[in-house]
Write a protein that binds this ligand. Structure first.
Ligand code: SF4
Length: 329
């Protein structure tokens, strides 16, 4: 049984079916005791200071032997991953490339091929993967329920973020994850609902900040939507394993994401959006289209280092919430 790391969400059922342990490298970095040390390590090894810190964190997670092999998503995620893959190969780490069909006409066939290639690379039969799909689907259904409880006000935006973001690898053990999820849902169901006047959504890559949810929610607003984290949990209800990874919006173009965000804004009655962007990330450019496309106010918050949000960001968020409150009166 090997630990197999990955750079962003992949069809994790394949790794479980191969009897290996999936490890989301982003989570290793951000949940480590000292994420700063990960950044220092990467910079000492020569990674440019003006590279996204998630990339530095992933680099260090692999170089410090957190995993034995890596699945690198070379298409549909982050252009930096190409160079990372080369660094890992150069260091003797086995890399399995995987690509989402970005901008490709016959997307379904392309993705099917990528999935079958990954199965081959991990030496697992696709039929076996489908058995794991059926088992893991029970957990995905519970995550959709947890997301509903968030909209109802029984689960906080931060709790929603944590559960959905860790569903990329189910913390390496889906049975234990499910048990903990059952306990959490039981506890959340028993909570009483606190009415909040303002309902916000987070969109964009998961934040590197530790305390942004706590800060925002302490101002009396409810965070009822985490766009990318929800996508990481593969919310598509298609029974077709390939199709659900086509429905997954994150690795594709911004227009597919905007369509999903708009539908969620309407369903969840969201008053405003916090668009989180990471310093030095190409996705920041998409902010232009997001602001033009959404019908609710959007504030863009940029983060670079792990840790707490700075005073300027706090003031901007407070003003945004105040503006939304005034609009509601
Ligand atoms: S935040 Fe942007 S630049 Fe950083 S790893 Fe993610 S996609 Fe790449």
């Amino acid at each position: 049984m090997k630990k197999i790391g990955f750079t962003t969400t992949i069809p994790v059922e394949i790794v479980f079916a191969s009897k290996n342990i999936p490890v989301d490298l982003n989570n290793i970095f951000i949940t480590s005791e000292s994420p700063y040390k990960f950044l220092e390590y990467a910079e000492d090894d020569g990674l440019p200071r003006n590279t996204c810190n998630w990339i530095k964190g992933i680099y260090t997670a692999v170089m410090k032997n957190s995993v034995e092999e890596v699945i690198a998503v070379t298409q549909g995620d982050c252009s930096n991953t190409h160079a990372l893959m080369e660094l890992f190969e150069n260091a003797g780490v086995k890399v399995h490339p995987f690509g989402y069909p970005f901008g490709i006409d016959n997307a379904y066939e392309y993705l099917k091929n990528e999935i079958l290639n990954l199965c081959k690379s991990l030496d697992v039969d696709f039929e076996e993967v489908l058995k794991y799909k059926d088992r893991i689907d029970l957990i995905r259904k519970k995550l959709r329920y947890l997301d509903k409880l968030t909209v109802q006000g029984k689960v906080s935006g931060f709790e929603n973020h944590l559960w959905l973001v860790t569903s990329t690898d189910f913390n390496g053990d889906f049975e234990r994850y499910e048990k903990e999820l059952d306990d959490f849902i039981g506890e959340a169901e028993a909570r009483s609902v606190t009415e909040r006047n303002i309902r916000l959504g987070f969109i964009g890559v998961p934040t590197i900040f530790d305390d942004i949810y706590q800060f925002v929610e302490s101002k009396g607003v409810a965070v009822v939507f985490n766009e990318v984290q929800r996508q990481f949990s593969i919310p598509s209800v298609s029974d077709d394993f390939i199709q659900r990874y086509i429905d997954y919006t994150y690795p594709y173009d911004i227009f597919k994401r905007v369509e999903d965000i708009k539908a969620q804004i309407a369903d969840r009655k969201i008053d405003g959006i916090i668009h989180y962007v990471q310093s030095f990330c190409y996705r920041q450019i998409q902010d232009v289209i997001i602001k033009k496309s959404l019908d609710v106010p959007v504030i863009t918050i940029e983060g670079n280092d792990p840790g707490n949000i700075d005073a300027r960001t706090k003031i901007r968020l407070e003003s945004f919430i105040e503006m939304l409150s005034e609009k509601k009166v």
